[in-house]
Design a protein around this ligand. Structure first.
Ligand code: KDG
Length: 316
């Protein structure tokens, strides 16, 4: 049985083979993109059995993404095929200077029709941790209900709940994100906000005040990602600042946050100290950006350990 359960939408992602407006692009690479399945793959590579719950359409794109995620060793036995809706798609557009924009074709997708009936209680009985993101509640009303029900089941069966706000401005307004995610905060145990997300949720404060505010809400562990300024990790017992690892070339930043979450959660599941969890998370994030694609750069355990012992951290 899986140690971790996660749920959400994964799309087929088309990545252009040249920069510039998509109207001029002739060729794309076909990959997959989904925050929660990225975390699942990251955890499996580090040795933590993980299940991913979702829906796919009854189409070739659904078959493709399921085969990819299953091929990475994630338990996909709870994924349902929805004959009435397509698998969601996403296109990347890379602008000069490397800025990446995304266009979604996911409204009404199979995964946006995820329902509380898709949650198998027997999985919650045996798992240790539930990982959720703020993408799922933005997809539809039924997805929001799934989030509430998953939290209820996790509480009932004693699972730790981790949450990455992952605020996607193409999916909802800041006001809705603040209201819905804000309402979930007191239900989660571990949170991985970026600094901008934390400020949107709790106000324009500095990192240390934000840590305090999250802890006051009853969240027991906070890992606040401050980009090149490193990561702050805090619990009621400890607080540390962890520098980032030096990255010589950032090939593709998308997926770094998911890698970070996978590293941190692996440390948590292994009862590592807060500081060690933060270090694993930063190393995973740094490794992920060196490769194209959301999850392709995620390391195995031995690759992660070798990376940490050989790399330089940036203290200023
Ligand atoms: O975290 C990476 C994700 O943003 C990407 O894979 C696509 O899940 C995705 C989303 O909904 O934006």
């Amino acid at each position: 049985m899986s140690e971790v359960i996660t749920l959400g939408e994964t799309m087929v992602m088309f990545s252009p083979d040249q920069n510039g407006p998509l109207r001029y692009v002739q060729r794309f690479q076909k990959r997959i993109a989904g925050s929660e399945s990225n975390v699942a793959i990251g955890l499996v590579r580090l040795g933590h059995p993980t299940a991913w719950i979702s829906r796919i359409g009854n189409d070739e794109f659904g078959e493709f993404l399921l085969r990819e995620i299953r091929g990475e060793g994630v338990d996909v036995s709870m994924v349902k095929i929805d004959p009435e809706a397509p698998t969601g798609l996403m296109f990347k557009e890379v602008h000069p200077g490397g800025e990446t924009r995304v266009t979604y074709y996911r409204k009404g997708s199979a995964a946006s029709r995820l329902s509380t009936a898709d949650l198998d209680h027997s999985y919650f009985q045996t798992a240790r941790l539930l990982h959720l993101t703020g993408i799922t509640p933005a997809l539809s009303k039924s997805c929001l209900d799934v989030i509430y029900e998953a939290i209820r089941l996790a509480r009932h069966y004693g699972l730790t709940i981790s949450f990455d706000p992952n605020i996607r401005r193409k999916l909802w307004t800041d006001k809705d994100a603040k209201e819905i995610i804000g309402g979930l905060l007191s239900q989660v145990d571990i949170i991985f906000p970026g600094l901008d997300e934390a400020q949107l949720l709790l106000g324009p404060e500095d990192p240390e005040n934000l840590l305090e505010k999250f802890l006051k809400l009853g969240i027991h562990t906070v890992a606040l990602k401050c980009g090149l300024d490193g990561t702050w990790v805090a619990s009621n017992e400890a607080k540390h600042w962890i520098p980032i690892f030096k990255v010589n070339q950032c090939t593709d930043p998308i997926g770094a946050g998911d890698a970070f979450a996978a590293g941190f959660l692996a440390g948590f599941l292994e009862n590592r100290t807060l500081k060690e969890c933060g270090l694993l998370a930063n190393a995973m994030g740094a490794m992920a950006v060196t490769t194209s694609g959301d999850f392709e750069g995620l390391p195995t355990r031995s690759q992660l350990e070798a990376y940490i012992s050989n790399q330089e951290q940036i203290y200023r």
